[in-house]
Design a protein around this ligand. Sequence first.
Ligand code: NCD
Length: 309
Amino acid sequence: MSDVVTMDDLSNEEILSILDDSKRLIPVARGDVHLPLLEGKVLANMFYENSTRTRMSFETAMKRLGGSVLNFTSVGTSVAKGETLYDTMQMIDGYADIAVIRHPRQGAAQYSADAVDIPILNAGDGAGNHPTQTMLDLFTIMEAHGKIQGLNVVLVGDLRYGRTVHSLSHALIRFGARLTLVSPETLTMPDEIVRDLRSTGAEISESSDLSGSIPDADVIYMTRIQKERFPDEDEYTKVAGIYTLGSKDMHGAKDEMIVMHPLPRVGELHPSLDSTPHARYFQQAFNGVPTRMALLCRGLGVTIPKEVK
Ligand code: NCD
């Protein structure tokens, strides 16, 4: 099946091959090489939740490969008239060759994949998963460190509601990383995920102390506290702004340590960090283009040439 709903839909071998393809696609992602592999194909970008990078990088990816894009949002469409996700997806099945979906409800991507024949790529389902983000995160780590095996990756912030870290933690463990989970007590990684990760024999430590985790980190992956997922605004206020990093926090860090963030940042990363060699979050956002190109090609059964020029 060519759906990607969770990282379990991709074998380790497929992940490595997508990362390999992504690397070769960089000049195409930048617009330096014209490679219309997806000419005549249509992508439906189905966004029931806000998005900047995910929606736009999928759109850029599709267009750079010669395809076209239908942009759907819940505002200005029949969703406002009460149309169900099931019915909307039946239309999309007829209008597009592949669909990317983001939805506030956990499980909505799987539900959509079950409802239609075209391939579905999950671009975030509530507090569930965000596997295409994981692909660009893995790519970013590989570009910086050349490997994942043995790295100490520190995941910081809202590990409870943050879907990027749910998907990423699984993938990192499969490739032999060590994880340090840093969060306030109310926002720890869900027990079932931690149990699952530990059942593989993976090395995982949990803490609420960010500064103590910096010296031994190879990657610090910061996340935003997911305000929109809190049932109670007061609970959000208690933890808002709890973890921040700036250039002054980099003194004890390893030279090659990278700071990542899926973005948007809302105060977690001080702008003073941007000009340090550790900052990798804008590069990470760009990496969404080549990795999503590779994912679109995989979904549509299109092989990327071994040499791209
Ligand atoms: C993330 C998301 O939507 O889960 N954003 C993204 O896709 N880059 C992270 C977030 O919103 O905090």
